[in-house]
Design a protein around this ligand. Structure first.
Ligand code: GDP
Ligand code: MG
Length: 194
């Protein structure tokens, strides 16, 4: 039995959402910023603790901010990755607002897993707030997971997906038992063992 988990990746334009997803799935990174023009769904499969999961990762459009209603696929996601740039305080404010919206309007389930991700860790000399302070705020006050990563250097990328999946599985996110898609999963670069 393979479980499907849909994950919406949300954050201000330019924080590295697409880079994180592409590093995770393709081990690929580009210095050139290409704003995501249309929402895109990636469907990798992963193995965690011997179980296989089909992920549906939603990469949102970077040309506008996500409105309060979220848009298709956002509202009914099983889990959220909220990305900000550790050097950009506005991008953190944005994550704060989105988290508030998810909690208030949520969005179906109780206790939906939310992982806050501070990207661009390689530029940490320019960070606007010490890691410890953000981590305490996010974990203790918001009750969300917190991971810092660098999509550029592939640092903590697998870890962050593992962290989110771990929370989702622990909370019994058994959405839909789908048909087995082993064939797709075994294609090159499609299946990550975490
Ligand atoms: P998105 O708009 O959130 O999807 O952001 P992108 O993934 O398109 O990345 C925006 C820009 O930030 C691009 O120029 C990337 O090369 C750069 N970028 C993404 N992740 C990192 C990172 O971890 N470190 C650094 N230094 N740059 C990054
Ligand atoms: Mg993008």
């Amino acid at each position: 039995m393979v479980e499907t988990l849909s994950i919406a990746v949300i954050g201000a334009p330019g924080v590295g959402k697409t880079s994180i997803i592409r590093q995770f799935i393709y081990n690929d990174f580009s210095e050139v910023y290409t704003p995501t023009r249309t929402r895109y769904v990636y469907r990798p499969s992963v193995i965690l603790n011997g179980n296989m999961y089909d992920l549906k990762i939603l990469d949102l459009c970077d040309t506008g901010y996500v409105a309060s209603h979220g848009g298709p696929g956002v509202r009914n996601a099983n889990a959220y990755i909220l990305v900000y740039d550790i050097c950009c305080v506005e991008s953190f404010e944005y994550v704060k607002m989105i988290r508030q919206q998810i909690v208030e309007h949520r969005y179906g389930q109780h206790e939906v897993p939310i992982l806050v991700v501070g990207n661009k860790r390689d530029l940490q000399r320019q960070r606007f707030m010490p890691r410890r302070a953000v981590s305490v705020l996010v974990k203790k006050t918001w009750k969300c997971g917190y991971v810092e990563c660098s999509a550029k250097f592939n640092w903590h990328i697998i870890l962050l997906f593992k962290e989110l999946l771990g929370i989702a599985v622990a909370r019994g996110m058994r959405q839909n038992h789908t048909s087995i898609r082993l064939q797709g999963a075994l294609q090159r670069n499609r299946c990550t063992i975490m």
